[in-house]
Design a protein around this ligand. Structure first.
Ligand code: ZN
Length: 550
């Protein structure tokens, strides 16, 4: 389940407690429990180092899942056998060939200096004077004056100032911009690879205070400067694992669970407070759903309910922002028009033995759900309903393709996104009950025609308690261009009222350029309820403007 500034709001509309008499435990039930244990123990073992997308741990998990799919008799339905590789763009990185030599001294990239992510890649040698702004020469800027002038100005945006000032310098003839700060104010500037500002046509470098004091103290000095700026796209490859039961049916039921987790927390989505490097095993999140998916495949392979085909997808890249499911729905290996409905399991391993409470999201995405969920028999779980088709997991990607979804979830807990989410805390009987519920539901829908789809309200995942305002925009985490792309807009929220739609790319709010998810969040923090501001956005090839009232 995604954590980054997502907040889970579950609106409980109805509660069904099914208290049918205890079912006799069969040999098959015992075997299912045993299998669930084996799967989770393997997937949540330290050996897999937290199954982070793009790592060897992800690979081990992929191999395990595909081997399971194969032995169950599922057909490979990825793009490479069972696998469906996809790329994750993580922004910019500083390549090794980046260097800066001042007066014969080598500075260390990333420590003594860095090029800004919007910098042009170039090699340059020059003998500029610090105080002279000559055409076709590097220009020097001390940030001191700007920082001191704006010390008490909460609206001052240093990053934006640097970008626009560098662009202006280029227009006035500079061949490069070298920035430094001799003031006592901490500028907090670091290389931020996630900055998606449009690339400038000159190199822009920042030299740290310590180095600036060595070389830039005398403004009349001439500097012997040689540098190479080399930035590249930082990419990772993730893999979905996809298996198929072909019943020759007209419609296909999609069942999914993400198998990736946080690794050591390198992607900044851990809630671990210690600075120690610890493996996040993600037993509940989401070895539990993955194990359930494998056992569900086994059950449906043996089931007589064969009026649908069944597609099983173990997603990767979920924790980074639903990358795997989004990629699948954009590059499906089946005809998505024939997808009947999708069931997602994310964090199903912590059923409380006292409340037996399972939240089922997506309840509002088809009129069929209301009858079938309350009627699904023989189960020892209490179902809580959340109507929204969107939420912090992979069903959202299918809902966006107008496919009815359900999302099974046993709830948040104190080990969520922490290294303590381990296999010994899993309620295996609980997972078995959920499996039974899903199997019962799928089988009871066997004779139904293709479910009809309903749009629901959007679960608000972009607001955080830190902000007093919200736009009501669901960001597309996988979008790698400049700006923030809206995956959806909430009904009745400021963005929708201002005419913004899904697919629009927000480029500017007020005076603030939106270059990344971070700048979007920071920008929202600068407004209060009732504020009105202009928003510049892109729709197709058009750049448009509107006014948003918070
Ligand atoms: Zn998660």
């Amino acid at each position: 389940m995604i954590s980054s500034f997502s907040r889970i709001i579950v609106v409980v509309v109805l509660v069904f407690a099914a208290c049918s008499p205890a079912k006799k435990v069969t040999k098959a039930d015992v075997q299912t429990l045993e299998n669930l244990k084996l799967h989770i123990q393997y997937l949540a073992d330290d050996k897999l180092e937290g199954r982070r997308t793009g790592t060897n741990g992800e690979k081990m998990a992929m191999e395990y899942i595909s081997n399971q799919f194969k032995s169950i008799g599922l057909l490979p339905k990825g793009s490479k056998g069972y696998y469906q590789p996809f790329e994750i763009n993580e922004g910019k990185q500083i390549d090794d060939s980046t260097k800066l030599i001042i007066n014969g001294n080598n500075l260390v990239a990333g420590k003594d200096f860095f090029p800004f992510p919007f910098s042009l890649n170039q090699k340059m040698e020059a003998l500029p004077s610090i105080s002279v702004q000559e055409a076709d020469m590097p220009w020097f800027f001390d940030l001191k004056e700007q920082l001191e002038e704006n010390k008490a100005n909460p609206h001052f945006d240093l990053a934006n100032y640097i970008y626009t000032n560098s662009k202006k310098a280029k227009d006035r003839g500079a061949s490069a911009v070298i920035l430094y700060n001799t003031s006592s104010i901490d500028d907090k500037l670091t290389f931020n690879g996630k900055d998606k500002s449009e690339q400038l046509t000159i190199p822009v470098l920042y030299v740290t205070r310590k180095e600036a004091q060595k070389y830039f103290k005398d403004p009349s000095a001439t500097i012997d400067i040689k540098f190479t700026t080399a930035l590249s796209e930082k990419k990772r490859t993730g893999h979905n694992v996809v298996g198929y039961i072909d019943n020759g049916a007209a419609t296909t039921v999609v069942l999914g669970a993400h198998f990736d987790h946080l690794g050591y927390g390198e992607d900044g989505n851990s809630r671990n407070t210690s600075t120690e490097r610890i493996i996040h095993n993600g037993a509940d999140d989401n070895a539990s759903g993955t194990a359930a998916l494998i056992e569900l495949a086994k059950k449906l392979k043996q089931s007589k309910a064969n009026n649908n085909n069944y597609l099983f997808i173990a997603f990767s890249g979920e924790e980074l922002g639903l990358y795997g499911s989004k990629y699948f729905t954009e590059n499906p290996t089946i005809d998505l028009k024939k997808a009947n409905y999708m069931i997602n399991m994310d964090m199903v391993g912590r059923l409380s033995d006292s409340t037996k409470s399972v939240t089922i999201g997506g309840y509002g995405t088809s009129p069929t759900w209301s009858s079938v969920i309350s009627m699904t028999p023989g189960n020892s779980i209490a179902v809580k309903i959340d109507s929204s088709g969107t939420g912090p997991s992979d069903h959202t990607s299918f809902y966006r393709k107008d496919i009815p979804v359900l999302f099974y979830f046993t709830g948040l807990h104190t080990d969520y996104h922490k290294p303590s989410d381990d296999a010994d805390k899993i309620n295996y009987n609980g997972i078995a009950s959920i499996l039974q519920h899903i199997t019962g539901l799928v089988e009871s829908l066997n004779s139904s025609s293709k479910l009809s789809f309903l749009k629901t309200r959007e679960t608000q995942t972009t607001t955080s308690a830190r902000f007093s305002v919200t736009m009501g925009v669901m960001p597309d985490y996988t979008y790698s261009g400049t700006g923030l792309r809206a995956d959806g807009v909430s009904e009745g929220k400021p963005a929708q009222k201002a005419g913004l739609k899904a697919g629009d790319i927000i480029l500017q709010i007020g005076d603030y350029k939106i270059t990344s998810m971070e700048t979007y969040m920071q920008t929202l923090g600068k407004f209060k309820k009732g504020d009105k501001t202009k928003v510049i956005y892109k729709r197709g090839n058009d750049t448009l403007e509107t006014t948003v009232e918070f």
